[in-house]
Write a protein that binds this ligand. Structure first.
Ligand code: NDP
Ligand code: 8X3
Length: 253
């Protein structure tokens, strides 16, 4: 029987690349996100290209009742989820704290922190019942260091770092693995979202060096699931070779 992976935020970037890689490896996939058209297109592509089944669930992770209603009513064929990838997330705005738009803060905290918690809280009891499961939380180097204008985004990813540790402690002995993958800069729609659609500003983030690609992160998410049952990657910080940490990037131009 095919294993099952649920990926939040599969309509773009890391989530979409992760869905494709798990599909190539014979998983049945639950893809989620807010953009229904993209979800339907991805479902069609994955089912067409691979001999697998895909369930697409359109919901906003910030909306607790939408999350609960979608995830508590998963059809039986998809309900025994082996791997949960908590990937949906965003940076919104890039301002000094004294000038920031409070709506941006709400967006980041509600998505990156509360959304991840709503999804996890709904799915963990089933994993405990089945005595197995793997939760992979997408953190960030922003969850390890705080940089200028990163304030609330960094706080939200520090929260992911802490929640991941807390999950691993609380779930000890249940058979569930908990992993955080904490990437540095990768070129996806991330910066366009952060700069509220300003493509020029988004492009400049990656000027003069080669950032990671979504597929790089997907390969690590998948790799974490291939280890023997007694091994768990707890925390994996990854950057391109051009980046040392949040502060040092080797730009050639
Ligand atoms: P993208 O913007 O390319 O993709 C983000 C995904 O998250 C989309 O599928 C989007 O779907 C989904 N999403 C956002 N908000 C919501 C919401 N409220 N409800 C449901 N889904 C939502 O960004 P990335 O792929 O780069 O980012 C993925 C994760 O990786 C994020 O958590 C980000 O913080 C993290 N990260 C990114 C890095 C980077 O440099 N790119 C580095 C380190 C971490 P939709 O809009 O359809 O809802
Ligand atoms: C995304 C990477 O450097 O923009 O989490 O914080 S960074």
């Amino acid at each position: 029987m095919n294993k099952i992976v649920l990926i939040t935020g599969a309509t773009a970037g890391f989530g979409e690349a992760t869905a494709k890689l798990f599909a190539q490896n014979g998983y049945n996939i639950i893809i989620t996100g807010r953009r229904a058209k993209r979800l339907e297109k991805l479902k069609a592509t994955l089912e067409n290209d691979h001999n697998i089944s895909v369930l697409s669930l359109c919901f906003d992770v910030r909306n607790r009742s939408e999350v609960e209603s979608a995830l508590n009513n998963i059809p039986e064929a998809f309900s025994a989820i082996d791997v949960l990838v908590n990937n949906a997330g965003l940076a919104s705005g890039f301002s000094h704290i004294q000038k920031a738009d409070i709506d941006d803060w709400e967006r980041m905290i509600d998505t990156n922190v509360k959304g991840l918690l709503y999804v996890s809280r709904t799915l963990i009891p089933g994993m405990i019942e089945r005595k197995s499961g793997h939760i992979i939380n997408i953190g960030s180097t922003a969850g390890k260091e705080v940089y200028e204008r990163g304030n609330v985004y960094c706080a939200s990813k520090h929260a992911v770092d802490a929640i991941t540790k807390g999950m691993r402690i609380d779930l000890l002995g249940t058979g569930i693995k908990v992993t955080q993958i904490a990437p540095g800069a990768a070129e996806t729609e991330f910066s366009e979202v952060r700069f509220h659609g300003d493509k020029e500003k988004a492009k400049n983030v990656y000027n003069g060096y080669k950032p990671m690609a979504a597929e790089d992160i997907a390969s690590l998410v998948y790799y974490a699931t291939t280890l023997p049952p007694h091994l768990c990657i707890n925390d994996l910080v990854v950057t391109s070779i051009s980046q040392a940490n949040s502060f040092y990037i080797n730009r050639k131009s």
